[in-house]
Design a binder for this molecule. Sequence first.
Ligand code: MRU
Length: 337
Amino acid sequence: MIKIRAVELIEEQLHFINQTKLPLQEEMLVTDDYERIAIAIERLEIRGAPAIGVAAAYALALSLKNIEKEKWTEAFENAFKRLASTRPTAVNLFFALNEMQDVYNHYQNTNDLRSRLYQKAISIHNDDINLCDRIASNGLNIFTHKVRVLTHCNAGALATGGDGTALNVIRKAFENGFVEHVYSDETRPLLQGSRLTAWELQKYGIPFSINTDSTAAFLMQQNKIDLVITGADRIAINGDAANKIGTYNLAVLCHYHKIPFYIAAPTTTIDKKCPNGDGIKIELRDKKELTHFDSKQITLDSFPAYCPAFDVTPHSLITAIITEKGIHKPPFDFLHV
Ligand code: MRU
């Protein structure tokens, strides 16, 4: 059984795969510096909503390493603010930071504060591993026969602390004989689909092909897609779900072609302060991600550009949302889930 871990704490150092280099290079980076982890999140060396949360939890625990006790409060607050500023959309980041802050507040005057913070970060990580397993088991119930699945971006092991969300559902379904082929959208502009999802699918031995994002409609028209499943970065109480830009396109296409559209995510991705998708902050990325292709300039810097990293799929287009608690069908109400 192939095990991929996007991030791992080993002897007070965070080890992570540099996801910007995959699949051409499998480069491991090691650091105990929270600022380096913040940069890794901004650069998408570490990415995917749950993985960002786990990495940020470890970063906060590491922020007190080699710091004198009198400076702990200042160091923790600086690290908290810096990590909270990295990426605005994935709510898992803020969930993990707040959980760490609760531990900090509770144990700040004790000598074992640092070990309490490590313990909490490790438990956030272990919980995520467990959530991924339960999402996959629940997700298996949507399959009744062998299907061809399309997915967008990467919601696999690389995107989480454990084995993934949407891609883990696909993996489990494949192991149980329910998946004939996976179509992986390339996912412009940073190619999480054609680089990362494809890399994982190949490792798992699942038959797949990559396609440009704009090929999805044609594939559906040719009757080649039986269902679509993606992850999410933030889910509102009414089920509106933010995910990688282009996900909404797929949901609209599924509606037209009468193809089920599923989201798989842990309940740590639900934002109970968000009644609907209007309140979800969408990250805007540097226009260089559009004007350049892997540092090669492809269009003019002087061209104005619009580069949202995510979009919001309205709940009315979602067939069901799979969490570790079960399969949630419309009408969605995540306030008490
Ligand atoms: O910009 P990214 O690569 O961090 O975007 C990731 C996604 O959109 C994923 O689908 C989402 O975080 C779910 S990961 C389990």
